[in-house]
Design a binder for this molecule. Structure first.
Ligand code: NAP
Length: 266
């Protein structure tokens, strides 16, 4: 019997994670099966327990459950504790254990796949939800300097900025007159075909605009392209966070290059 894993969220029908983990399993020879579990918001904790009682070994947690997953865990990794959000549950320990691989995935996509070193880079992070929470400390640890967090709900950005020394918080209007070489969109605006109200002139010379949303050309990426910035969607982050979760569960880090290339192939 293969070991059982799954992604859990609402909705998850669109998820590429089962396909990605199937490629990782084939490439590494690990005997796993990986499915998708869609649960209504009120039933998350119950669904985790049910999967665990059916000998499930691990879960990837996606929207909207990352914060609830953190609260459910009896023990977490340091990076999940810093994020106060969990995207990787380990079920075959005595206590429910949570980790967060989103930040490692983003940093690896930026630095390895996209060749953008973070040391000394001034970064604008748009959004203050679960995804922004997950990547803030890893960005700072990778050397990003003077991170600015801009969010629609400013107090949320302020609460997040207090977690990392030197981070600054503001609303979108306060970005007028400022420019950055790396702008990361961690809002979910692109999922609804929307764009945060960003002032012109945000993208400095040689800037990269990175949207965590993947699989669609968002308004944010279109705006950045029109302003002359290089652009990247979140597909690389998705594959890299999956590889990091695979490492947490199986003790082996799969190669990601071929999987990412296959996902990007027309
Ligand atoms: P979340 O916890 O629901 O947070 C959503 C964030 O987006 C909040 O900061 C919210 O602002 C902001 N927002 C939503 N609609 C907006 C709009 N129309 N204009 C401006 N701001 C808006 O979601 P999340 O977990 O952080 O996920 C955010 C996005 O990242 C999702 O699209 C998700 O798919 C993506 N993601 C991708 C990966 C990957 O591997 N590529 C990994 C994780 C997440 P308020 O605080 O004001 O509500």
């Amino acid at each position: 019997m293969p070991d059982r894993y799954a992604v859990i969220g609402h909705p998850v029908a669109h998820s590429r994670s089962p396909w990605i983990h199937a490629q990782f399993a084939r490439a590494t020879g690990e005997d796993i099966e990986y499915g998708a579990i869609d649960v209504p918001p009120a039933e998350f904790a119950h669904a985790v327990e049910r999967f665990r009682s059916q000998s499930g070994k691990g879960l990837n947690v996606t929207l909207p459950f990352k914060l609830e997953a953190f609260r459910l865990c009896a023990e977490t990794s340091a990076r999940a504790a810093a994020a106060q959000a969990v995207n990787t549950l380990v079920l075959d320990r005595a206590h429910l254990y949570g980790d967060n691989t989103d930040g490692a995935g983003l940093v690896r996509d930026l630095t390895v796949n996209l060749g953008r070193p973070l040391a000394g880079e001034r970064v604008l992070l748009l959004g203050a939800g679960g995804a922004a929470q997950g990547v803030l400390a890893p960005l700072a640890e990778a050397g990003a300097a003077g991170i600015v967090i801009a969010n629609r709900t400013v107090p949320r950005a302020e609460a997040l900025a207090r977690r990392v020394p030197g981070a600054e918080a503001c609303g979108f209007d306060a970005l007028a007159g400022r420019s950055f070489r790396l702008v990361i969109n961690a809002t979910s605006a692109g999922l609804q075909g929307e764009l945060p109200p960003l002032p012109p002139g945000l993208f400095g010379a040689g800037a990269l605009a990175y949207d965590m949303v993947y699989g669609r050309d968002t308004e944010f990426l279109a705006m950045a392209r029109a302003a002359g910035a290089a652009t990247a969607d979140g597909l690389g982050m998705l594959v890299e966070q999956a590889a990091e979760s695979f490492l947490v569960w199986r003790g082996v880090r799969p190669e990601t290059r071929a999987v990412l290339a296959a996902l990007r192939a027309p």
